[in-house]
Design a protein around this ligand. Structure first.
Ligand code: PAF
Length: 293
């Protein structure tokens, strides 16, 4: 695996590459990221190859690029940009044998000029996580566009744990006609069900035990909906109240339509229940899809 730090060197290296599959990250890699990197390897461009049993041999080789960049633009002034764990050596060790290139630009490489042009995300960026993190999705979408323009991959992979982020990236790619296929990877969880996140390490031992309750609460909501509950506002309020009584500071528990992330009509069948809440100083998010048949 090669580490590359500049946009020029990355472009030169990828100039002759066949299919490029890209996993953007902020580092501090865990099994959720590694799962996306493994999936990336399977996304060789087989569209030009003939159909045969030897699919792998007929596909162009894939170059897997992972970026590690803690993007200052997506952190608010009171957020954890400085504290965000930076573990480059350990990250590179985890990627060895899985990725071909790790792209690690410095802040002044990604923002060589003062950034005065931004991606204006859709209105949904002001709801859910965006309500408590003004400007977060604008900063995220701006850096993702810059990274996609830098790497120019055919495929880019993002985790479904950041469901709203994935939705906004899909909208940006579709509305800006970006020639990249976006793949959403399933959330990887610890054995007890807690969604893996770089921020889990901020939790104390007692908070770590409690943290699994977020996923359990979402699962209870999921089961209530599958059991026929359609008063989503009540289901959300009940779930938030249970979390609050256990000591969580709840930002939201919300049932949304999977496709639009809007408030679902009773006839909508493909739903997702999302939540963000703080345990002590640590903000956790999670979501579960609910499909009504
Ligand atoms: O999900 C993340 O790690 C970040 O938001 C991303 C997509 C790498 C952009 O900085």
């Amino acid at each position: 695996m090669m580490q590359i730090n500049t946009i020029a060197a990355l472009r030169a290296h990828l100039a002759q590459a066949g299919t490029v599959a890209f996993v953007p990250t902020m580092g501090n890699l865990h099994e959720g990221h590694i799962d996306l990197v493994r999936q990336a390897r399977g996304h060789a461009d087989c569209t030009k190859g003939r159909q045969s049993a030897n699919r792998q041999a007929d596909c162009g080789a894939v170059t897997v690029v992972v970026s590690i960049f803690v993007n200052p633009l997506q952190f608010g002034p009171a957020e954890d940009f400085d504290k965000y764990p930076r573990t480059l050596d350990a990250d590179c060790a985890k990627l060895e044998g899985l990725a071909d290139v790790v792209f690690v630009p410095a802040v002044n490489e990604m923002y060589a000029r003062q950034q005065t042009v931004f991606v204006e995300p859709p209105p949904i960026a002001d709801e859910l996580c965006g309500a408590a993190r003004p400007g977060h999705f604008r900063g995220m979408a701006t850096v993702v566009l810059k990274l996609l323009n830098t790497v120019q991959p055919q495929v880019a992979l993002f985790g479904k744990k950041d469901y709203q982020q994935l939705h906004i990236i899909r909208q940006m790619v579709a509305q800006m006609n970006l020639p990249v296929r976006i793949i959403g990877g399933e959330t990887v969880r610890a054995a007890d069900g807690l969604a893996l996140s770089s921020r889990n390490q901020y939790l104390s031992a007692r908070e770590r035990e409690e943290a699994v309750f977020l996923q359990q609460t979402l699962d209870k909501v999921r089961l209530e909906i599958l059991g026929g509950a359609r008063d989503y506002a009540k289901v959300e309020a009940d779930a938030a109240s249970v979390l609050t009584k256990r000591g969580w500071q709840v930002e939201y528990v919300s049932v949304r339509d999977q496709e639009s992330l809007g408030i679902p009509a009773v006839s909508d069948r493909m739903l997702v229940v999302l939540a963000a809440a703080r345990l002590g100083a640590t903000r956790l998010i999670d979501n579960l899809e609910v499909e009504l048949v």
